[in-house]
Design a protein around this ligand. Sequence first.
Ligand SMILES: [Zn+2]
Length: 675
Amino acid sequence: MEPMPFQTAESRVAELRAELNQYAHEYYVQDQPSVEDFVYDKKYQELVEIETEYPDLITPESPTQRVGGKVLEGFEKVVHDIPLYSLNDVFSKEELIAFDERVKKAVGHSVSYCVELKIDGLSISLKYENGIFVQGATRGDGSVGENITENLKTVKSIPIRLKEPLSIEVRGECYMPKSSFVNLNQQREEEGKDVFANPRNAAAGSLRQLDTRIAAKRNLSTFLYTLADFGPLESTTQDHALNEMARLGFRTNPEHRVCETIEEVWEYIEKFHETRNQLPYEIDGIVIKVNEFSVQDDLGFTVKAPRWATAYKFPPEEAQTTLVAIDWTIGRTGVLTPTAIMEPVRLAGTTVGRASLHNSDYIEKKDIRLKDTILVYKAGDIIPEVAQVILEKRPADSEPYPVPTRCPVCESELVHLDEEVALRCINPKCPAQIKEGLSHFVSRNAMNIDGLGPRVLAQMFDKGLVSDVADLYALDKEQLLTLDKIKDKSAENILQAIDASRENSVERLIFGLGIRHVGAKAAGILAEHFGSLTALSKAEKEEIVSLNTMGETIADSVVTYFENEEVHELMQELEDRGVNLAYKGIRASQLENVESPFKDKTIVLTGKLVEYTREDAKEKIQNLGGKVTGSVSKKTDIVVAGEEAGSKLTKAQGLGIEVWDEQQMIQAIEESHQE
Ligand SMILES: [Zn+2]
């Protein structure tokens, strides 16, 4: 490529940054992306290329500086000019009413309150000078915290540049969404590492990483709720200050309300006490602040806390029960995972009988034994886990639990690899691992083969019909009919599903092979870049690392995977049996030539489709330039309503959004064409 003149580069860089910052704001702050990921990725890549050519153009506010990369020596201390206060807690309606009485008595009239969710994360303070993010710090003891600016720069909901060039200081909470927490712990379990006890610890641990690249990968988010230093801003109420912060580009929590009476406050508390499990992040209570700043000033502070605010704390969601047994399973990568089998107990609105014990070290460290009374903890919809043993209730005849030394399935000796806390079965022929691998291969985001549940696959393996994933493509009907509960019709369906999967675009196969560290998203990027499995198998590490979002770990893992001779035999077998090894999805560059009614439109699929599966329809629409999202909003252009469509259809009709039936969608797909 011809190098572009400096001035062209300079203006292009400014343009790209403005666009990328806007996309990031829509995605991370407003939760309403307007473009597909690949549009972002493509522009981001272009910016990286120009910045590589002209390093002088790199500024701290460039989106490329958010991936981390600096390795810090330690964290400097930061003295807070305005100390961070802590709140007095209340635990009951009576205490809340007493708080309200005290406030009213002190000021001599009734007051309105701004109520907010109490996000269970890590308190942070952010300083801006002339609109640029210059310092981020932890709360510390309230007076002195730690400088974590570099790590906070990787948190994408924190604006690097405000919408106005103001010098202000804001405060809020940095947290890890529940889904990220579950994924992170799952990944850590697979990798044999220690797991985090809860999302708050995971967020705190991520922000205290000296290697900022680690923080960048942790998918943290923020809610800001305090304007500590107003700068030139004028605000007379907490509610207004929240809106001002949102206007400047900060992410603020949309659930805040102004309540005129303490009864209204209580209703708000009850509502979120009941529905908190459905929130995508954890909250541990409700914060109640006097809304008017002038009244706050009148009330002032005690030695410890403001008189104008309090925190209502939810009772913890934990319960005691008895440990009946420990169930051990072997995962796809050989990791041995224990699950507690308990006397069923009510916890956070559901009855639970199983809880996570993470790994064998966890059992030893906490000295968890059979028949122990255990404390089980569940945060929101996160998998319950065993928090601790109630030692006072331990039976007299109790004995330490003997952790297995051999694989419960193949009986090979289990090992601790490197520094791992998990035990692993490292026998590559371990049936448990192969069965898990087969299940992964047929799963929805991989080859998407219906009708092959874990039990069917296990039978196929045990009967010797299938020993690796290529064998699935050599199955015939007679073989299927030898399996339990498989009749004529279901055998045909299975064969049809297997056959259809031959045509999948190769990213599904790449993901399905279960190469370590290669998730569905990475598989998509690799497929698009290399174009085929064959090309990927010959890829150099450097080329993989050069791709956006691909780290050394993934690159190493891919290269090592394809060094294995057996992998090439497997690829050959797949090819011989008619499995497609090429990328069929549409490349970003080709999308510009697409003409279709879906192009640049946001589409929601709801109800039951007859001729297409949801997944297929989604893929087709995306390939035709449309964006498929899960929920109906004002930004939705078309709702495709299948049979028995419910609330989404009602909502679409209420918003006056165009509604299509399945036939209209099919017709539109057929009429679309690509160059
Ligand atoms: Zn084994």
